[in-house]
Design a protein around this ligand. Structure first.
Ligand SMILES: [Zn+2]
Length: 390
């Protein structure tokens, strides 16, 4: 930031730049000698600019004023938010500060309604998975869980589903922390852990509000789990997210939380695991030869097939990727899956059972997308945590 640029102008410009480059977050990071700006785009951080320490305090103060947080507090983390109007759209910007020895680090999360409200059919499901999804979400009751690590698209999936079910004949109540954006005719409740209204307490009140569908942002504690499962067993359709990697892992965690196996088996209607993969940039994709390692991953099916990769261009910040798509594993619980859970079979047998049923795994979904020319083996390796040898 040149000395003559005001913090007000700089903020306007950096927010506009972030939105233009499709960033989900802006990171402002104080170092010893500099104040660095990074954008997260398609899940990856890019360094955008490096400012002087002179600019740091002014920008931080400006953000605190905008976010309506205590401007004189430097030693405690704070959170706030503000709205930003750009190109006829309103963006909700969520602010978080964190004290470090070099000053406060700030992250601005950019929430864009249009990007969150994607239709289910545009999320990246294949034909079979989409059919299963459509059957799952019209279940009259039961529990539908989405799983995956942070940033795996599970919240977007939940919002898309709720939006699909948001009709006059449904009473939908959503317990959220935070409310990412408001949806008409859905009763959204902001959960604030530590200030009295936690998930468990909210759940008790919600059950007296005659709901058809409840969305619980996340199941974190045994009490919430118990009430959510009870609701699912008594005629309510319950959606929630859970931090585990796959279906056997989910069952294991729920049992650890004290949920009886019979309740887990009977209440769960379906489980959807998701991850997000970057798509090859359309502006710079070129044919290329697979390496031996890539051939090994893709198997014999890759023989004689043509593959493409992004070379890197201005549009994709030289990454070769532009935008993201979801990959999924969709499991609709049937009697066999339920009895496997109830009869305490080892988790490996549940894995085996899902495989026998031909349920496509996340990895198989990802490989399909390589064959369709949407993504690369390198990207699968990044998302699934497998070392990549190009
Ligand atoms: Zn490109």
């Amino acid at each position: 930031m040149a000395k003559q640029t005001s913090p007000v102008d700089w903020m306007e410009r950096i927010l506009a730049d972030a939105i233009d480059s499709r960033a989900s977050d802006i990171h402002l990071e104080p170092e010893r000698e500099s104040f660095n700006v990074r954008f997260r785009i398609d899940g990856i951080l890019y360094t955008i600019e490096s400012l002087t320490k002179y600019s740091q305090e002014k920008i931080i103060s400006r953000i605190k004023v905008l976010s309506n947080v205590n401007i004189t507090e430097h030693r405690l983390p704070q959170g706030g938010n503000f709205e930003f109007n750009y190109k006829d759209r309103i963006y909700n910007i969520r602010t978080s500060t964190l004290p470090t020895p070099n000053g406060e680090a700030i992250v601005l999360r950019i929430l864009n309604r249009e990007e969150i409200l994607i239709r289910i059919q545009d999320l990246g499901f294949d034909k079979n998975q989409l059919e299963t999804m459509n059957r799952l979400i019209i279940s009259p009751h039961g529990m539908i869980l989405t799983t995956g690590p942070s940033g795996s698209g599970k919240t977007t999936l939940l919002y898309s589903t709720l939006n699909e079910l948001n009709k006059p004949d449904n009473n939908i109540i959503a317990l959220e922390d935070p409310i990412e954006f408001q949806m008409p005719t859905i009763r959204q409740v902001q959960i604030t852990e530590g200030s009295g209204l936690d998930f468990a307490r909210a759940m008790r009140s919600v059950l007296r509000q005659d709901p058809d569908i409840i969305m619980v942002g996340e199941i974190r504690d045994p009490e919430t789990a118990q009430m959510a499962f009870q609701a699912a067993l008594t005629g309510i359709l319950v959606f929630s997210t859970f931090h585990t990697l796959d279906v056997p892992g989910l069952v294991a965690r729920l049992v650890e939380m004290g949920m009886p196996r019979s309740v887990v088996a009977q209440a769960i209607e379906g489980v959807v695991s998701s991850r997000l993969l970057r798509k090859i940039c359309d502006s710079c994709k070129k044919p290329y030869q697979l390496s031996d390692y890539e051939k090994m991953i893709l198997g014999d099916k890759s023989k004689g097939k043509k593959f493409q990769k992004g070379e890197g261009c201005k549009n994709c910040l030289n990454s070769g990727y532009f935008g993201r798509t979801g990959i999924f594993e969709v499991v609709h619980f049937d009697n066999e899956i339920r009895s496997s859970i109830i009869s305490k079979e080892p988790y490996a047998s549940l894995h085996k059972l899902l495989k026998e049923k031909g349920i496509k795994t996340l990895r198989e979904s990802a490989i399909d997308k390589v064959f369709q020319g949407i993504t690369t083996v390198e990207e699968i390796a990044r998302v699934t945590g497998v070392p990549y040898e190009g």
